[in-house]
Design a protein. Structure first.
Lengths: 419, 456
């Protein structure tokens, strides 16, 4: 398939706020539920193994007028919860049988309560991702919760809770997806003129609604297709975009950024889809379960709901997901980072990607992204890495000031080597 | 997150008439008695306690005492004391800076350093205060932390706040992850997870910093004292069920919860303070007196209100005066539950294990409860305290409190049949407080309540 055709399909999925593809999936899989996952990160492997379709929800973008949503939030709260409430109350999320709200921030947390009060008859689940970054405490607690979550979603599907082998198989499918995305990211880093930012973004967004297997095929097909593009590099700077991990900027803003003279060689858009670095199941062979290792007072079920760890292959897949969260997550503003290495990580990434600078693009009123900016900027300044900063909302409609800002940033680096 | 506290010279001191900052003197209005400063014995006691504590902090380096910075919701004051350290509460410093009209400058300084106008003003006030020399409310320099004790209870911003401070100080940091009561209850797994972190993470770091082995018997003794003080606090807050109420449970309430929400819980002086406070309130109750308001005893209780959300600190007296002028008494508030919710019987030290008791406390704080649970609590306050209405003070800075409050208001209205009022201010950023706007809204709301009462 040609890259352009793939992108057209992805854009159609992106534009369909009523989740038509999810309805089609449910029609083709009678009795199986679809579960919406709020940003930033929920392990989709659990939902998949439980027999449901995981659907990542990223707001309504600039494609929806907010009426009911604005009646639920004060002016100083970010935009994503408004469009989520609007989508819900206008029936656009009716294809979903439940929602999982991870512990991203106070807004997403309290949004779970709003859904509890306004979305009757749906499964509403809060997922307390551990901030205790220790396998024995946080890992064991999280693992037990994943076992419970899998069982609850399986009940929605009228199934038994998934055993170790079922979950291991789901993880393998997502590991393949992660490898496909990593290969695409390698192309971005090496030859960004072959892959426009809006294309990779749309490709990633398709993974929000498609089954993982279909999404992996799309990513692999796109990556193969762009390799044959006869495009030449342009005189643009290479930048990393930081801060857009939850509420997403509109497509027009991303296009504006690149048209202003930037190649975006890395970003944290829709970060939940790339949360874990590498394979989850790698190095799991022969390891015990998190619960086994735990010194926590309450031991969780070992080896999934049905048996001891490793009894049916895949080691301890629930524990593997817990270990991946603690030890293999990307550095993220929403995850506790006691060693203060966010700045160092960003500098390392910028240098590894040979990027010229950083674009801080954060949603208005986003505490996690905005509170991280001063120390990150300090680290960049100390490393002589230039940056620019702007805020957006998912329905931002005016891009001229961003075009001018990014264009000036690009020109100054090209002319003088610094902003 | 926000903190209620009365401080030696800068807090909402009932009866104090001295003009300070923008607020000026308190209204003459409906008060009876002398316009001169009226202070209860408990007030004098609290002022002395706080002055002594900040002096102790100022000399911590000389005396060799170690210092743990921590937050009010989910604070582990008894544990810190049992480990031989002193607690510093950055929210308290921020609100006191606001009361002293210093927060504006601190917030602007933090913004000059790159902190965004959108984020929590408590954080920016603290960062600005640090940049200005970290001078505490008594004018003495606060010691830097030996340990940042990050109790992740009900507020995500706490985590980011201490990550920022950790970059500044480079000291030891301990995380206590307290799971959220999303389904309206505390599970055994949650309790044991928190207790495991206390055992494996918090206590070892406290011991490492202080060089002292924690004595669990000493901790249990402190917890027992906390429980006795909590019994008295609950009695005081429950006294507002009477008509007229002998207390104001919001503006006065932040003063009542001061010692127990901060550095004193578990101490003998805290226990004695609440005994004295209870006696004072009991005496007012016997005399059928209303609460002591800024200018004396309120003569006529015209409205009984429940308030959700923290107060504005930069214009605390002006804010209070709007209610006072209308004869509105707050009979219950949720903010006075942010550092501990004792309504449902929880008391420190009554669990089977002291660490589990601390876990129960952390898990139970008000903003760690789901929105439906918060709605139920508000509705019960409206009913049980015979309130005429409820007001939500929504704060720009505080997503933990504010997100969902409009939906909560509609739900409480449905459950109680009582209309709610909604205003917007901020914690310590004066740019987000408009006296005329707030006054207009409150007065209009109370007119509507008066009409309803007239029809009833």
């Amino acid at each position: 398939m040609e890259a352009e055709a793939i992108v057209r399909r992805c854009e159609a999925l992106y534009a369909d706020l009523s989740l038509g593809s999810v309805r089609e999936w449910k029609a083709a899989h009678p009795g199986r539920p679809a579960v919406g996952l709020l940003p930033v990160y929920v392990p989709r492997e659990i939902v998949h193994a439980a027999g449901a379709l995981p659907v990542s929800l990223l707001g309504g973008g600039d494609q929806i007028d907010i009426v009911k949503g604005d009646a639920s939030f004060q002016s100083y709260i970010c935009h994503l919860p408004r469009s989520m409430v609007e989508l819900s109350l206008t029936g656009r999320l009716d294809a979903l049988d439940g929602f999982v709200f991870p512990s991203t921030c106070d807004v997403i947390r309290n949004l779970s309560g709003i859904f509890q009060m306004t979305t009757r008859g749906k499964y509403i689940r809060y997922l307390d991702l551990p901030q205790a970054m220790d396998e024995g405490t946080g890992g064991a607690f999280y693992r037990r919760d994943l076992v419970a979550l899998a069982a609850e979603i399986a009940r929605l599907a009228g199934r038994e809770a998934p055993g170790d082998e079922a979950l291991a198989e789901s993880i393998r499918r997502y590991d393949r997806n992660r490898r496909a995305i990593a290969a695409l990211w390698a192309v971005r880093a090496g030859a960004p003129w072959l892959v426009a930012l809006d294309e990779t973004y749309l490709l990633m967004r398709a993974g929000a609604v498609l089954p993982v297997e279909a999404h992996t095929e799309l990513v692999e097909a796109y990556t193969a297709a762009v390799a044959g593009r006869a495009r030449k590099p342009e005189d643009r700077i290479r930048v990393v975009v930081v801060g857009a991990f939850c509420e997403q900027p509109p497509l027009g803003l991303l296009r504006t950024l690149e048209r202003s003279g930037c190649y975006v060689v890395d970003d944290d858009l829709f970060l939940g889809a790339r949360w874990v670095e590498g394979d989850v199941l790698a190095l799991e062979e022969g390891r015990g379960s998190v619960a086994e290792e735990s010194a926590a007072p309450v031991d969780g079920p070992k080896g999934g709901p049905h048996g001891p760890p490793g009894s049916d292959g895949g080691g301890d897949p629930y524990g593997a997901l817990a270990r991946a969260y603690i030890g293999k997550s990307l550095v993220a503003s929403t995850r506790y980072q006691p060693d203060g290495r966010r700045g160092e990580d960003l500098v390392r990434r910028v240098r590894a990607l040979k990027a010229d600078g950083v674009v801080f693009a954060a949603p208005s009123f986003c505490d996690p992204a905005l509170l991280d900016q001063p120390p990150l900027q300090k680290s960049l300044s100390e490393a002589n890495i230039p940056f620019i900063t702007f805020k957006y909302a998912e329905n931002t409609g005016q891009f001229q000031s961003i075009r001018e800002q990014a264009g000036t940033f690009s020109d100054s680096i090209k002319l003088w080597g610094e902003a | 997150m926000k903190l209620p506290v009365a401080e030696a010279s800068a807090v909402p001191v009932p009866g104090e008439t001295a003009a300070r900052g923008a607020g000026g003197g308190m209204p003459e209005g409906r008060a009876q008695g002398s316009p001169r400063v009226q202070k209860d014995v408990s007030m004098e006691r609290q002022k002395a306690m706080l002055a002594g504590y900040f002096s102790e902090l100022a000399h911590a380096r000389e005396t060799g005492l170690k210092v743990a910075y921590t937050f009010v919701p989910g604070n582990l004051t008894e544990l810190i004391r049992a480990a031989g350290a002193l607690g510093v509460y950055p929210e308290v410093n921020a609100l006191q800076s606001a009361m002293r009209q210093k927060s504006d400058g601190y917030v602007r300084e933090a913004e000059r350093l790159g902190h965004n106008e959108d984020v929590c003003s408590y954080v920016k006030c603290d960062i600005g205060m640090l940049a200005a020399g970290n001078i505490g409310p008594t004018g003495e320099k606060l010691p830097p932390p030996d340990l940042l004790l990050l109790s992740y209870t009900g507020c995500f911003t706490f985590m980011k706040w201490f990550e920022l401070l950790q970059k500044e100080y480079g000291c030891e940091i301990a995380m206590l992850h307290v799971p959220y009561q999303a389904d309206g209850g505390i599970t055994e797994d949650m309790r044991r997870y928190v207790a495991a972190q206390l055992r494996d993470e918090v206590i070892p770091k406290l011991e490492k910093v202080t060089g002292k082995k924690l004595d669990l018997d000493e901790l249990s003794a402190l917890l027992a004292r906390s429980a006795r003080a909590e019994d008295d606090l609950v009695w005081v807050l429950d006294s507002a069920r009477n008509t007229p109420s002998p207390i104001d449970a919001y503006f006065g309430g932040v003063y009542y919860v001061g010692p127990i929400f901060t550095a004193f819980r578990g101490t003998l002086e805290c226990e004695e303070y609440y005994q004295a406070l209870r006696q004072e309130v009991a005496a007012r109750l016997d005399r059928r007196e209303g609460p002591i308001m800024p200018n004396g005893v309120l003569a006529e209780e015209r409205f009984r209100l429940v308030v959700e959300g923290p107060p504005n600190w930069t214009h605390f007296r002006d804010f209070w005066r709007i209610f006072y002028d209308e004869g509105a008494v707050v009979v219950a508030s949720t903010y006075t539950k942010v550092g501990g919710l004792y309504d449902d019987g929880f008391r420190h030290g009554r669990a089977e294990d002291p660490l589990l008791s601390l876990a129960d406390y952390c898990l139970g704080c008000y903003t760690n409860r789901s929105l439906p649970a918060r709605v139920d609590l508000l509705a019960s306050y409206v009913r049980d305290f015979h309130a005429d209405g409820f007001v939500i003070n929504s704060l720009k800075s505080c997503n933990s409190f504010s997100v969902g409050q409009l939906v909560m208001m509609r739900e409480v209205e449905k459950k109680t049949g009582v209309p709610g009022g909604f205003i917007e201010t901020d914690l310590v950023d004066p740019r987000y407080y408009s006296q005329a706007n707030i006054k207009n809204r409150i007065e209009s709301y109370l007119q509507m309540i008066a009409q309803r009462k007239g029809r009833a």
